[in-house]
Design a protein around this ligand. Structure first.
Ligand SMILES: Nc1ncnc2c1ncn2[C@@H]1O[C@H](COP(=O)(O)OP(=O)(O)OP(=O)(O)O)[C@@H](O)[C@H]1O
Ligand code: SF4
Ligand SMILES: [Mg+2]
Length: 326
């Protein structure tokens, strides 16, 4: 098994509600006791519907948000160690959904790339060499470096964001919906370029998306989140072929099957909304929408357990449920 690059243990992020300034104020449990490893050189795909806690988890990994509880270590270093903030800021890079809003509209591409290098004490000459080298890695023509963001297409803007994210040679790249704001025609090209980049330079990705076809295409392992918790985790093919969690089943039911013979298979579509993540929560987070829920599911929280070969699931009935094959 490959070595662990990032280790997340019992991570929680509870946001206090604005109205709850009093004692015993209520919290939104955006991330609630997540334990997870990311292996060096892999792509870990993170999926789950809106509000499941993906971006909150990403922001804590990026050091942009302090956890309420729990730890994140990268190569053995605590991500939130204030004394090592500068060193750690090089270790994790980020690409977000909307490239236009993450670039300074008043700076040329070259200047946007030069600024972080300048802040890290890089000389003008070294910065120029590194910018040219990185632009080449992401297929960003040199002629585009003197342009402003509004003079670039969405795909070109996202290449600039990717270049900026890898400029300081991070160990981990967090990609939060990196292609969902792009035209469909540019999405596939950007995904392929990301895969190419990973293969050439041995990068490690945390790839966040709503799109289950995209996550399958991109990922070595897949992590399924719901209501701030990890519901299922495992090798991508294992999750797609032998998922054991009812939530994964309903997520996959919404994706067209790969093989025409499976078109008639039974679908388990999600109804209703995700439950509130406020206040005391007991039992399984998915119980209010789970077609297999039993009385005990509402009172006992299912442990996140290993079914073997790193396939982990948070459902007490995982072994007994009869799922349609994919
Ligand atoms: N700064 C904040 N203050 C209070 N609540 C927050 C804050 N940020 C996120 N939340 C809440 O935490 C939960 C998780 O949000 P998060 O943005 O992590 O979800 P997500 O999985 O990234 O969703 P999406 O797929 O829509 O991007 C949501 O209920 C959200 O409303
Ligand atoms: S523990 Fe119960 S409610 Fe939760 S996913 Fe499993 S069967 Fe459904
Ligand atoms: Mg998000």
């Amino acid at each position: 098994m490959s070595e662990t690059l990032l280790c997340i243990e019992h991570l929680k992020k509870y946001f206090p509600l604005k109205s709850g300034l009093k004692k015993n104020a209520a919290f939104v449990r955006a991330v609630d006791d997540v334990t997870l490893d990311i292996h060096a050189g892999e792509t870990l795909g993170l999926v789950g519907e809106s509000g499941s806690g993906k971006t909150t988890l990403a922001k804590m990994i990026l050091g942009l948000m302090e956890p309420t509880e729990g730890t994140i270590t990268l190569d053995g270093m605590d991500i939130h160690d204030r004394g090592r903030r500068k060193e750690l800021s090089h270790c994790v890079g980020a690409v977000f959904q909307d490239p236009a809003s993450s670039l300074n509209p008043r700076a040329t591409v070259y200047r946007s790339l030069e600024r972080p290098l300048e802040l890290n004490g890089c000389s003008k000459g070294d910065a120029r060499d590194l910018i040219y080298e990185t632009a080449e890695k992401v297929n960003l023509g040199r002629e585009l470096l003197e342009r402003f963001p509004y003079e670039l297409s969405g795909g070109q803007q996202q290449r600039v964001s990717i270049a900026r994210a890898i400029l300081l040679k991070p160990k981990l790249l967090v990609l939060d919906e990196p292609t969902s704001a792009l035209d469909v025609s540019v999405q596939a090209q950007t995904l392929n370029e990301l895969l190419d980049l990973q293969q050439k330079f041995g990068l490690t990705y945390l790839f966040i998306t709503h799109n289950l076809s995209v996550v399958r295409y991109m990922s070595d392992r897949i992590c399924v989140m719901y209501g701030g918790k990890v519901m299922e985790l495992g090798e991508a093919e294992e999750i797609y072929g032998h998922y054991r969690h009812p939530y994964t089943l309903s997520l996959l039911s919404s994706v067209p099957p790969l093989h025409p013979s499976q078109r008639e298979r039974k679908k388990v579509l999600l109804t209703g909304d995700m439950p509130s993540l406020i206040g005391e929560l007991t039992g399984c987070r998915f119980a209010s929408r789970c077609p297999f829920a039993q009385e005990s599911c509402r009172t006992e929280e299912p442990p996140f357990r290993d079914l073997g070969e790193g396939h982990r699931v948070a459902c007490s009935l995982a072994e007994t449920l009869d799922f349609p094959n994919r």
